[in-house]
Write a protein that binds this ligand. Structure first.
Ligand code: Z5A
Length: 221
């Protein structure tokens, strides 16, 4: 694996897609090869499974089955999209990844941690994120943003959960950030967009040095 792998996590409407795209754009402006992707999805097979999961038709089968479906999608995504890009030396930016399964299915869905970890071991392999941004906003703020963005469209399977669910989700992400400080950086997503983007960019520069990556690639060092 010669590339870099960065993931974005957080509750609904916390700004993951916005900031994943902004970071990808910034890296591209340095002439770096960037793959911007998302979960569930990011490959042909995984996008089919995304449709099943977000439509809610798998919900009656239970959280364990949903966890297995998310894992099946991840397996295809990692093999088809993420690992080939990392092996080619590209930067991979992913909107949601393993922490979403840990939090949504593991903590909120009460799926046995041993199953969650086993699925992770089988699907992720060497594609472990080097850096994970956890965007933190109160549930009410995130849901209001998500609602205003979707307009008249119906809420999806997870957005339709209760306020209590979304607040628990926030607490679970905050706890996760505390447990893995070497990988996870908690960012206050309530701040104005440009402030959040600058914080993310300064962390990426400090930890992964993108400014010199293009030069190193060009000179083969
Ligand atoms: N899920 C799971 O259960 N298990 C798993 O393993 C995985 C996923 C991988 C995927 O939904 C669902 O799958 C997800 C968890 C579950 N639950 N849901 N729902 P998705 O991909 O369709 O949606 P999402 O991941 O929750 O993302 P989102 O709702 O699209 O939100 P976001 O990406 O975090 O936010 P955004 O689109 O960047 O921003 C939302 C709006 O706020 C938008 O209009 C922005 O312009 C605005 N925004 C962004 N930043 C700011 C700031 N700083 N100030 C003001 N406004 C802002």
């Amino acid at each position: 694996m010669r590339g870099h792998f960065i993931t974005f996590e957080g509750g609904e409407g916390s700004g993951k897609s916005t900031h994943a795209a902004a970071l990808a754009q910034r890296l591209k402006s340095l002439d770096l090869e960037v793959v911007l992707t998302r979960e569930p999805g990011g490959s042909t097979g995984a996008e089919i499974i995304r449709h099943i999961l977000l439509s809610g038709i798998a919900k009656p089968l239970g959280a364990e089955t949903e966890a297995i479906l998310f894992a099946a999608a991840r397996d295809d995504h990692v093999r088809s999209t993420i690992l080939p890009a990392l092996d080619a030396g590209h930067w991979v930016i992913c909107d949601r990844f393993i922490d979403s399964t840990r939090v949504y299915q593991g903590i909120l869905g009460n799926v046995d941690q041993r199953l969650i970890r086993s699925l992770e071991r089988v699907t992720v392999g060497p594609a472990v994120p080097e850096l994970t941004f956890i965007l933190d906003v109160p549930a009410q703020v995130g849901l209001a943003r998500a609602k205003s963005r979707r307009g008249q469209d119906a809420a999806d399977r997870f957005e339709a959960e209760s306020m209590e669910f979304h607040e628990k989700l926030r607490q679970a992400y905050r706890a996760l950030a505390g447990e893995e400080p070497a990988r996870c950086v908690l960012i206050d997503g309530r701040a104005p967009r440009d402030v959040v983007a600058e914080k993310i960019w300064s962390t990426v520069r400090e930890r992964l040095h993108p400014d010199t990556a293009g030069i190193a690639e060009a000179t083969g060092t």
